[in-house]
Design a protein around this ligand. Structure first.
Ligand SMILES: O=C(O)CCC(=O)C(=O)O
Length: 265
């Protein structure tokens, strides 16, 4: 499965400019035989939380149709990061979604762990359904959002449910770059699965600088491809999903687990 992450600077509070930017990246990138394109967190709006209602989609529209068109025109699945989104009511969710190469929605998940450091709980509703496994071209995958990376139990749930690839879509700040890299690698090593992590770059109006360093990590914890911290670029790797079985055979942690002895699952 060939993956391409689009790492770019999200333009604050300007949905149309961000849609144009993504469309331009699709136009200008040689997608070749790419199967999956990956976008970052909150890419239609950035983190203008005080006014987030103004930028929110409703039931993912019109962004879902826009991405659906790009996916179908380019014959790729789009792991469409996340966007501010409402479900008819006044509450805004940070909702991740994926559209297949026919332009159909195949996954939707609202961030369940809101970030206290960003005051997300003040401005956003937390999703009350866990991230789940869905299939991309017949292969089981998961998609989680940024701060979710700090919760190993969520990744364990997904890998025990069969996920071979877990997409982490983020707007991760530069001052915690070491956490970003360490946790991404740890999640790959401890779950022996591929981790595909998309992040933004550049600086937000309020001064927050993002870490870039979008990356693709294999089930042994090796970085297969990675972006710089401060450039707009694409990150490409081809995943060998059979390699997962080899790593799990060589280091059989799933067979060695003693779940009857763990106090908190
Ligand atoms: O956990 C972190 O350090 C960053 C989390 C974050 O920025 C987010 O979830 O948007």
């Amino acid at each position: 499965m060939k993956i391409k992450i689009f790492q770019f600077q999200v333009i604050d509070s300007d949905t149309e400019a961000n849609l144009n930017k993504v469309e331009e990246m699709f136009r200008e990138t040689d997608l070749g035989s790419t199967d999956v394109v990956v976008l970052p967190e909150m890419w239609t709006s950035g983190y203008d939380l005080e006014n987030i209602r103004d930028y929110a989609a409703d039931n993912l529209e019109p962004v879902k149709s826009f991405i659906g068109r790009l996916a179908a025109d380019n014959d790729v699945t789009v792991v469409a990061g996340s966007i501010p989104n409402t479900y008819g009511g006044s509450g805004v969710y940070n909702t991740a979604f994926t559209v297949n190469n026919n332009g159909e929605l195949i996954y939707e998940y609202s961030k369940m762990h809101l970030v206290p450091m960003l005051n997300e709980p003040e401005f956003l509703e937390s999703g009350d359904k866990p991230a789940e496994v869905f299939e991309i071209n017949g292969e089981p995958a998961g998609q989680v959002i940024c701060y979710d990376l700090r919760f190993p139990e969520l990744f364990r749930d997904l890998s025990l449910s069969g996920a071979k690839i877990i997409f982490v879509v983020a707007e991760w700040p530069i001052e915690r770059t070491e956490h970003w890299i360490t946790l991404l690698k740890a999640r790959a090593i401890e779950n022996q699965c591929y981790i595909v992590a998309s992040n933004t770059t550049g600086t937000q109006q309020n001064g927050t600088q993002f870490a870039g360093r979008s990356m693709i990590i294999n089930p042994f914890g090796e970085i297969l491809a990675e972006a710089a911290k401060d450039t707009e670029e694409t990150v490409t790797a081809e995943l060998d999903l059979n390699y997962i079985a080899k790593v799990r055979k060589d280091i059989p942690i799933f067979d060695s687990r003693r779940k009857e002895l763990y106090k908190y699952l």
